[in-house]
Design a binder for this molecule. Structure first.
Ligand SMILES: [Zn+2]
Length: 404
């Protein structure tokens, strides 16, 4: 809370205080002095303080929105009242392989189109060469919330391979590691994978393990939108666990869910895997969204206009990225087949999005998630929060854009 050092204290009276430890709420007063909590107790003295009567209201530490895609809107609308009014004080952005940095001269246009597919038309001056560039752009107008930024795998891969649908060579992996290391050193909180989204989806486990090792070397976090949340859910979790086991990196599985009617009921098995991995000593956690709805890039891709945009992105990749030489060497056929590959992928994703949408509506109607799953999910999610928090806001290992 921004206050000058000589401003009056604030005393919040009779609040239902939730202290963030997991304990039940209790009624108490809370005194704020400067930007600090000076005292908590019953019937605190009121001298020299502005008094707020909070009887019947809850008072809690700010909430962390651990998974959002607010990278762009924070640049454009830094006040973010819709988050502040829900009690959110920290955002984690850069999820699912989507970040607005790092871009090279050759990849900037591809990255702009890539992010546009997620969050709407993104301008050329809204993609950045590095974390530092993004941070400076945010700090210009200031942001009302604390921001934790992950670097997106897509940006890293576009910078080195463009939209090439193939395994990276050892030289290309080294180049991606160097670019990633630069972002992490500047303050990015970790690396996010989006293994259904081209070009993140084109990475093999070898590449992912190497990048995870870079994440571990910097003591940061690897998050993953895994390869499948449908029939391939459990295999996809196994792949992510194997990457964490091999690299020693701390990992967070993004938005755990089991989508598609034939796959309903897989969450207990998923939780078994996560708990077994933790028992083995792997630092894995997860987040999940607490509402029966979803959003997928493919919902946009499915529209004709976006399909054209995706084709353009692929062609731009073939024209202007590091893939340029290879595309020329391979002639137009290579470019066309790359276009088809992305298009096929988009069609499959659109189908998944459609199924997920139908499933979500059905689940909402039938209350599919049973109490036992919820309890286990809460248990693990609390640990997830702890894991993220250790490496997230307030940590001196990560750059922390201060609240305004
Ligand atoms: Zn995702």
């Amino acid at each position: 809370m921004p206050q000058s050092s000589n401003s009056k204290d604030t005393l919040i009276r009779n609040a239902r205080l939730i202290d963030g430890t997991g304990a039940p709420w209790f009624e108490a007063d809370l005194r704020i002095s400067g930007s600090r909590i000076a005292a908590i107790g019953v019937s605190l003295p009121a001298e020299e303080a502005d008094i707020i009567d909070a009887r019947g209201c809850y008072l809690a530490p700010g909430f962390i929105d651990a998974h959002c895609h607010d990278d762009l809107i924070c640049l454009r609308e830094p006040d973010r009242p819709e988050k502040v009014l829900q009690g959110v004080t920290t955002l984690v952005v850069g999820n699912c392989c989507f970040s607005l940095y790092p871009a090279t001269a050759g990849s900037a246009e591809m990255l702009r189109l890539h992010f546009s597919g997620l969050a709407g038309e993104t301008r050329t001056d809204e993609v950045f060469d590095s974390f530092d560039g993004y941070r400076l752009a945010l700090e210009g107008p200031g942001v009302a919330l604390n921001l934790v930024s992950l670097v997106g795998h897509a940006a890293i891969r576009l910078a080195v391979l463009g939209y090439d649908r193939r395994a990276a060579s050892s030289e290309e992996i080294a180049a991606m590691q160097a670019l990633l290391a630069q972002q992490l050193a500047q303050g990015a909180a970790g690396l996010s994978l989006g293994l259904v989204y081209p070009p993140s989806a084109f990475a093999d486990t070898n590449e992912l393990c190497a990048l995870a090792e870079t994440v571990r070397a910097h003591g940061k976090l690897l998050t993953a939108h895994i390869r499948s949340y449908e029939a391939g859910l459990l295999n996809s979790i196994d792949e992510f666990i194997a990457i964490l086991r091999a690299s020693g990196a701390a990992g967070l599985l993004s938005h755990l869910q089991s989508a598609g009617k034939p796959n309903w009921g897989a969450i207990p098995k998923a939780l078994d895997r996560l708990e077994a991995a933790r028992a083995e000593g792997i630092d894995i956690s997860f987040d999940m969204y607490p509402y029966p709805a979803g959003f997928l890039h493919a919902a946009i891709v499915a529209s004709g206009g976006a399909r054209r945009r995706h084709r353009c992105a692929t062609r731009a990749a073939a024209r202007s990225g590091p893939a340029r030489g290879a595309a020329r060497a391979g002639g137009g056929g290579r470019s066309r087949s790359a276009c088809r590959a992305v298009q096929d992928r988009a069609d499959r994703l659109a189908q998944c999005a459609h199924l997920r949408h139908r499933q979500s509506r059905a689940e909402a109607a039938r209350g599919q998630v049973d109490g036992r799953c919820r309890a286990r999910a809460r248990h693990l999610a609390v640990r997830s929060h702890g894991s993220l928090h250790r490496g997230g806001p307030g940590s001196d290992r990560h750059h922390h854009v201060p609240a305004r």
